[in-house]
Design a protein around this ligand. Structure first.
Ligand code: SF4
Ligand code: SF4
Length: 558
């Protein structure tokens, strides 16, 4: 492999690579604002200027290809001077509003100002003022004064979304980002400009002013909005999820996520009004109008479920598994249905809406239908629906889903004698249940989902219910942790009285005299790896942060 020298260190590169790319691959960051690995090279911020031996002037590392034997300095006195000059220029008109800026703590300009600028300004004129509160679209706010004109947002819309909704207007210090007249930044992926903006010019209308980044913990997770399973980070303060941001996985979502997933897959976790916060049970003889449901202890709810199971023959009991739930939850539910109850009546409800788009969004709006296929749990069919309507199935146990998407839902719900729901939130038809068990959400548990590409990926607890299961190495990162402070996530805020579904089903199995001896979610997965051939040899450790393809043994490392 050819090599060049960067500040005296020999760096390998592949022909055609630029200095900045080759340095990045070698773990060295050359300062940059406008360069982004997922976008074309613009070369307009100039902060990556480096000194190249025998070149008469500074070269921008983002647009200069590495060549064999090239000698480059990113930290020589000349390179440092060039970088200082660019920083001074960029800061001339930049407002000093870090104390009120959402980007503070994760702002490249702020970081580089500490790292690379001289610490004082020679500019004592009035700064140029521009509009600070522009609603660019339904989800993104623009502060024109903070923009450093890197053009990342413009290139992103053109190149990634293929919908050029942003442009520059005016020249010199009056240059500003705008949408085209009469248009909005309203594409399905508009909020990715917030992360790629290296300063606080573009902010989220949903998250603005809700938290400081250093007050939040960060937990690597997976979006549950569709079968893509975009890798994301859950940001939590005081046990409340404040935002989701995309996490790089070149095999799944590259650097991006869609606005739908970002905004619609966490608020139900925080929602104190709709969360089921206690087991609920209907008192005998009271109509299913919701009024009869009363909060009870876990043991009472489980005892009632067991007595209901005993009232029916195995073929009169049905189970609805869930493509919203983890592989582990569904595996334990299926094991319970087959081994304890002795029924094959187990199906799931598909949730297909519209069509796949040409970037990330999938028509399948669930994160784990592929996992259910690997467990040989089939989608609901006409035969199962007939059994419900004809009262051949009289008792139904529904995991984390609702029958409301089915045709003839009303008729089906009238035909069912006993419904047990294991759900995190109340929904339209849940008041008709006989027993409701509060289930932990994906943000409170460990587990795995398998996306449409057959890639198994892990989720981890980001917020704490009353009973927390923490596996070794699963602590989230808080910036405060680095300074010895505790992570508020585990001690503050509302903690819901929910439990992981696999755990409750195992408790029920235990009362039936069967040993579902799992200490934690990893134990369930280890059993799956032994009993389901396609998962043979897999472990949580192997799945890691980036997932692996099921059945191939291939792992992907960042
Ligand atoms: S708004 Fe942000 S991303 Fe867009 S050009 Fe300005 S600094 Fe760059
Ligand atoms: S594409 Fe799907 S998985 Fe990705 S962020 Fe959107 S809804 Fe979530």
């Amino acid at each position: 492999m050819p090599t060049f020298f960067l500040d005296g260190k020999e760096i390998e590169f592949t022909p055609g690579q630029t200095i900045i790319q080759a340095a990045k691959n070698a773990g060295i960051e050359i300062a940059h604002f406008c360069w982004h690995p997922g976008l074309s090279v613009a070369g307009n911020c100039r902060v990556c200027l480096v000194e190249v031996e025998k070149a008469p002037k500074g070269m921008i590392a983002c647009a200069t290809q590495a060549t064999e034997g090239m000698v480059v300095y990113a930290n020589s006195p000349k390179a440092v001077h060039m970088r200082n000059a660019v920083m001074e220029f960029l800061l001339i008109n930049h407002p000093l509003d870090c104390p009120i800026c959402d980007e503070a703590g994760e702002c490249k300009l702020q970081d580089y100002a500490y790292k690379y600028s001289v610490g004082k300004s020679r500019f004592d004129e009035e700064k140029v003022h521009k509009d600070k509160r522009i609603e660019l679209g339904p989800n993104v706010m623009l502060d024109q004064e903070r923009c450093i004109c890197c053009s990342r947002c413009v290139r992103y819309c053109e190149e990634v979304v293929k919908n050029p909704q942003l442009t520059f207007v005016n020249r010199t210090e009056k240059v500003a980002i705008e949408t085209f007249p009469g248009k909005q930044l309203d594409n399905s992926y508009s909020m990715n400009v917030i992360e790629i903006c290296p300063v606080g010019a573009l902010t989220s209308r949903d998250y603005r002013f809700k938290a400081r980044v250093w007050d939040m913990s960060q937990t690597n997770s997976i979006c549950i909005g569709c079968a893509r399973g975009c890798n994301d980070v859950i940001w939590v303060r005081d046990n409340i999820i404040k935002r989701l941001t995309p996490r790089e996985n070149m095999e799944v979502n590259e650097y991006w996520m869609c606005d739908y997933g970002r905004l619609n897959t966490f608020k139900f976790v925080n929602n104190e009004e709709t969360r089921v916060n206690n087991p609920m049970m209907r008192e005998e003889g009271i109509d299913s109008d919701g009024a009869g449901l009363k909060p009870v202890e876990w043991d009472d709810a489980i005892a009632r479920i067991i007595s209901e199971f005993k009232n029916y023959r195995a073929d009169e009991i049905g189970f609805i598994a869930s493509p919203y739930s983890t592989l582990e939850d569904n595996y334990v539910l299926q094991r319970f249905a087959k081994e304890i109850i002795g029924t094959e009546n187990i199906v799931y409800l598909p949730h297909i809406e519209g069509e796949d788009d040409n970037l990330l969004l999938r028509a399948d709006k669930t994160p784990n239908s592929t996992g259910l296929k690997h467990l040989c749990i089939n989608p609901i069919d006409a035969k199962f629906i007939d059994k419900l309507l004809n009262k051949q199935i009289k008792m139904i146990y529904i995991l984390n889903d609702s029958l409301s998407g089915l045709e003839r839902t009303e008729e089906i719900s009238k035909a069912i004698e006993v419904a047990v729901l294991q759900t995190s939130n109340f929904y339209e038809m849940s008041h008709k249940a006989s027993v409701i068990l509060p289930a932990s959400t994906y943000a409170e548990i460990n587990g795995t989902f398998i996306n449409f590409q057959n890639r198994i990926q892990r989720i981890r607890p980001a917020v704490a219910p009353l009973e927390v299961e923490r596996l070794p190495g699963d602590f989230s990162v808080s910036r405060l942790d680095k300074f010895g402070s505790h992570n508020d996530k585990w001690t503050k805020g509302t903690r819901f009285n929910s439990r992981p579904a696999w755990k409750v089903i195992s408790q029920i199995a235990h009362v039936f005299g069967s040993s579902f001896d799992y200490e934690n979610t990893e134990d369930v997965f280890d059993e799956i790896a032994v009993k389901v051939p396609v998962f043979a040899g897999m472990s949580y450790e192997m799945i890691g942060e980036q997932g692996m393809l099921v059945g191939t043994g291939e792992t992907i490392t960042a």
